[in-house]
Design a protein around this ligand. Structure first.
Ligand SMILES: Cc1cc2nc3c(=O)[nH]c(=O)nc-3n(C[C@H](O)[C@H](O)[C@H](O)COP(=O)(O)O)c2cc1C
Length: 298
């Protein structure tokens, strides 16, 4: 019986060479980021790069983190229903927000202390948002000024987020700074009247800016890139509202006004327009809720 199998042959170098792995080089940030396939991979990269205290500030939530888990589970329950045999040759993810077209139905939310994660902090996030064609929101607790964010991403649509602080003069000044920097949308955060009990931060003895304790000093050895970045950058400070360093809960409970109600929106509107501002309401004064004037942007 004759065999029908194809005959073997010796491998040729010319054919083998493209299959061989490249000469190993030390991984750079660019190559690591390029290898990250999804947000989970990026999270692992961040976990490896940053000291645990810093990573946990970003990754953690309050108390037993039940709400965080519930949010993740809610997203996990969302599935896409496949529809086939439809012409998807031309698709668009763009949508309109406040009369402007954005590339995706997504806004980059405000994050405080962003320079703690990386030297370029808020500026880098604003540049990324501009490149993706979506808005970026600078936090009241940002570590880069509105002017610097606008300079870093002049072509981006940069928004400003306000936490109302007890010293209304400071709140008014931060709104003014944001407006001067061309930020024309205000995001008002109202769900932090008092600090949540963020247990990971408590256990780490987390302070803003991070301070070197024995444990964090040991971690410095394991995260040299982060510490080198941190120690050679401009010191961390709140660029908009000022304020003394300390533990996060202490900062929030000293600075933020827990008495903010709907009536304060009226004051914020007045502080955002060119009308002479109303006197700042006192947190403890009982208020009647009034309908805000219609049709006015901040
Ligand atoms: C590290 C971190 C810092 C944050 N800082 C702020 C902040 O300064 N101001 C604010 O309004 N929200 C802040 N948030 C809340 C986010 O803007 C956002 O509303 C929240 O993470 C929920 O959105 P998500 O489900 O897409 O994460 C912060 C969230 C994180 C994770």
């Amino acid at each position: 019986m004759t065999s029908t199998a194809r005959p073997r042959r010796r491998p040729r170098w010319r054919e083998l060479r493209p299959m061989l792995p490249p000469v190993p080089t030390l991984p750079t940030t660019t190559t690591r980021l390029a290898q990250a396939a999804d947000i989970g991979d990026l999270r692992l990269l961040a976990r490896r790069r940053a000291p645990r205290m810093v990573f946990d500030y970003v990754d953690g939530a309050a108390e037993s983190e039940r709400s965080l888990r519930a949010s993740v589970e809610a997203f996990d329950r969302v599935t896409f229903r496949p529809r086939v045999l439809r012409d998807v040759g031309t698709v668009s993810t763009s949508t309109d927000v406040l009369g402007r077209s954005i590339a995706l139905p997504l806004v980059l939310g405000p994050t405080g202390f962003t320079r703690m994660m990386h030297r370029e902090g808020e500026s880098a996030v604003a540049r990324a948002a501009a490149a993706a064609g979506v808005p970026y929101t600078l936090s009241t607790m940002g570590t880069t000024s509105a002017t610097d964010v606008a300079a870093a991403a002049p072509e981006g649509w940069n928004w400003f987020q306000l936490y109302v602080v007890r010293d209304r003069g400071r709140s008014r000044d931060s709104l003014q700074l944001a407006r001067d920097a061309g930020m024309d949308v205000l995001v008002l955060t109202v769900d932090v009247p008092v600090a949540g009990a963020r247990l990971r931060d408590v256990r780490h003895g987390m302070t803003i800016p991070p301070s070197l304790r024995w444990r964090s000093a040991l971690q410095a050895v394991r995260h040299p890139a982060w510490w080198a970045d941190f120690l050679t950058s401009e010191p961390l400070a709140f660029a908009t509202v000022g304020g003394a360093p300390g533990d996060l809960a202490g900062i929030i409970n000293t600075m933020f006004d827990p008495g903010v109600t709907l009536a304060d929106i009226e004051w914020i509107r007045s502080a955002c327009t060119d009308r002479p501002p109303y006197p700042a309401p006192r947190a403890t004064r009982p208020r009647r809720s009034r309908r805000p004037p219609r049709g006015r942007r901040w």
